[in-house]
Design a binder for this molecule. Structure first.
Ligand code: SF4
Length: 156
């Protein structure tokens, strides 16, 4: 996905989502930031260009390690919260909010916010209405994997 197309996709999703009045998502709620996030290489590069690499490189490396994400989905939520929190979640807020990935931007819930919680090592029971899909997901990988590859210069 090229940057121009990405910006168009951001705009499209933001316009559509501004008309969704029945979601229960709100500022300050960050339960979904403890779940795995997929993004394209273009998004990863754009984030790094605008905001730099995450401050916690140790956590980034840990999350990018193959073993970390080999964990089967139901066991994923047994990972302690501090280890699976998004590397861009700082003091409970998204530190790259204006250019957060499409996966985050297009994720909306209609169930109670607490249903999205994975605090007690359980999978979220969220009812998702608006997981607006990426237009071109071809080069998509997990956020820490793309970022770590960019950091180390390993683009494979
Ligand atoms: S990029 Fe931002 S919105 Fe997306 S998971 Fe990370 S902190 Fe949350």
């Amino acid at each position: 996905m090229k940057l121009k197309k990405l910006k168009r996709a951001f705009k499209y999703i933001d316009e559509k989502s501004s008309k969704l009045h029945y979601t229960t998502c709100s500022k300050g709620c960050n339960h979904c930031c403890y779940m795995p996030v997929m993004l394209s290489l273009t998004e990863a590069k754009y984030i790094v260009e605008q905001f730099g690499f995450p401050k916690d490189l140790e956590l980034l490396e840990k999350q990018a390690s193959k073993d970390f994400f080999k964990i089967i989905p139901e066991d994923y939520y047994k990972i302690p919260l501090q280890d699976r929190k998004c590397v861009y979640l700082i003091n409970g807020e998204c530190s790259i909010y204006p250019i957060r990935p499409i996966t985050c931007r297009g994720y909306f819930s209609t169930s109670k916010p607490e249903n999205c919680s994975t605090l007690n090592n359980k999978k979220a029971e969220t009812i998702i209405v608006g997981a607006i899909r990426m237009i071109d997901i071809g080069e998509a990988r997990l956020l820490p994997v793309h970022l770590w590859n960019l950091y180390t210069g390993d683009q494979k």
